[in-house]
Design a protein around this ligand. Structure first.
Ligand code: BG6
Length: 332
C-alpha cells in the first residue's frame, strides 16, 4: 500500500535495477531470483559503490524501475545511486527500515520494512524483512503484469503468511546450530555453496560468519567450485550446502560428493522432505520446515544468522559491535 505505483507504470517498465550495499545487496540478489521467477522481468543487481561509478555512466532508462535497499536509509553510496537514478528519470522505490531517513524521503515511493529498531551492527531482521518486501513486490508486479492469476497470487500470499510460524519452528531448533558452531569455531575458512536462490541466500550466510566471527568464508555457486576454488578444499574443510530447490537437488548431491572426495566436511540444509536424500551424501543435514521451494530460502536465513552468532560467541567476539564495522556508512 505504501508503493502506490500505477499498474500502467508497472506494465510499461522494461527492466528493474536493484542497488544496495552489504546485506541489503544480498537481499537484492535474492530478490532478483524471486522477481524474475514470479514476474518474468529482467532484474539487474549492483552494489551501490560500483553502480554510481559505472563508466562513462550507468545504463539506465526512464522505462526502468529502480529499487534501492537500505536498512538505515543513510548509506552514502546508496544515496548517491538513488540521486543518480532520479537524474536519469527512473522511478525509484526505496525499501528501508527508517521512516524519515534520507533515502525514505528522496525516493518516489518508500516501502518500510517495519522490523523495529535494529541495534546490532550486523543486520538480521533488517535483511529478513528486506527480502520479504522483495517477495511482496515480486507478487504485485507479477499480478499487475498478468504473470500471476488470482489463484496463484492468493497462494503466494498464503505461503508468506506461513513464514512466521515456520520461522518459530526453525528457532526452536537452534541448539543444533549452536552445537555445530561449538565444533567448528576454530576454522580459519569455510565455504558456503548453493544453486539458484540458495546461492543468493548463502551470500548472506557467509557474510554473517565473516562479520561476526572474523572467520574467512566464501560463497560460490555450487556448479562453479570445479572451475578453480575446489583447489582450496582439503581434509576437514567445512562446506555448508543449502539445498532447498528440488529441481537442483541431484546436482547438489553430486557437488557434495565432489568436495567430500577431497576431504571436505559437509553440512547440508534442506526441507524435511529432502532430508533422507541428503543424508546419503552429507556428513550433517540440518532440517528446515517443509516450505515450498520458492519460500524455503527465507527460512534458511535464520540458522545461518544464528551460526555466525554462536560461532562469534564461542570465539569471544563482540557480536553487537564487530571490529572495523559501522551500522551505517554515511561517508564514502
Ligand atoms: C554496513 C553494515 O555498514 O552497511 C551492514 O554493517 C549493512 O550490516 C550495510 O548491510 C548497508 O547498510 P544499509 O543501512 O544501507 O542497509
Amino acid at each position: 500500500s505504501e508503493i502506490n505505483v500505477t499498474e500502467e507504470l508497472i506494465r510499461g517498465i522494461r527492466g528493474i535495477h536493484i542497488v544496495a550495499c552489504g546485506s541489503a545487496y544480498h537481499a537484492g540478489i535474492l530478490g532478483k531470483y524471486v522477481i524474475e521467477n514470479v514476474a518474468r522481468i529482467p532484474v539487474n543487481v549492483d552494489v551501490a559503490s560500483e553502480f554510481r561509478y559505472r563508466m562513462p555512466s550507468p545504463l539506465l532508462s526512464p522505462d526502468d524501475l529502480f529499487i534501492v535497499i537500505s536498512q538505515s536509509g543513510e548509506t552514502a553510496d546508496t544515496i548517491a545511486a538513488l540521486r543518480l537514478a532520479k537524474s536519469k528519470g527512473a522511478k525509484v522505490i526505496a525499501i528501508t527500515n527508517v521512516k524519515g531517513s534520507t533515502i525514505s524521503r528522496e525516493a518516489d515511493f518508500a516501502m518500510h520494512t517495519q522490523a523495529g529498531m535494529e541495534v546490532a551492527v550486523a543486520t538480521s531482521k533488517g535483511y529478513l524483512t528486506q527480502v520479504l518486501c522483495l517477495y511482496m513486490i515480486a507478487a504485485e508486479i507479477g499480478r499487475m503484469r498478468g504473470e500471476l492469476d488470482v489463484a496463484q497470487y492468493a497462494a503466494f500470499v498464503e505461503n508468506l503468511k506461513k513464514l512466521p510460524k515456520q520461522l518459530e519452528e526453525v528457532l526452536a531448533d537452534k541448539a543444533v546450530v549452536q552445537q555445530l558452531a561449538s565444533q567448528r569455531f576454530m576454522d580459519v575458512n569455510e565455504f558456503f555453496l548453493g544453486r539458484g536462490m540458495d546461492y543468493a541466500l548463502m551470500m548472506e550466510g557467509s557474510l554473517k560468519l565473516k562479520e561476526l566471527s572474523y572467520i574467512h568464508s566464501e560463497t560460490y555457486p555450487a556448479g562453479e567450485l570445479k572451475h578453480g576454488p575446489i583447489a582450496l578444499i582439503e581434509k576437514n574443510t567445512l562446506v555448508m550446502v543449502l539445498a532447498t530447490q528440488s529441481a537442483l537437488l541431484e546436482k547438489l548431491v553430486s557437488n557434495i560428493k565432489e568436495v567430500k572426495a577431497r576431504g571436505a566436511f559437509v553440512v547440508a540444509m534442506t526441507q524435511k522432505h529432502n532430508k533422507e536424500l541428503l543424508q546419503k551424501a552429507a556428513d550433517v543435514v540440518l532440517e528446515l520446515p517443509d516450505a515450498e521451494d520458492l519460500f524455503a530460502p527465507i527460512l534458511a536465513a535464520v540458522p545461518y544468522q544464528l551460526y555466525g552468532y554462536y560461532t562469534a560467541v564461542c570465539k569471544g567476539c563482540d557480536v553487537d559491535k564487530p571490529r572495523n564495522l559501522a551500522k551505517s556508512v554515511t561517508v564514502e
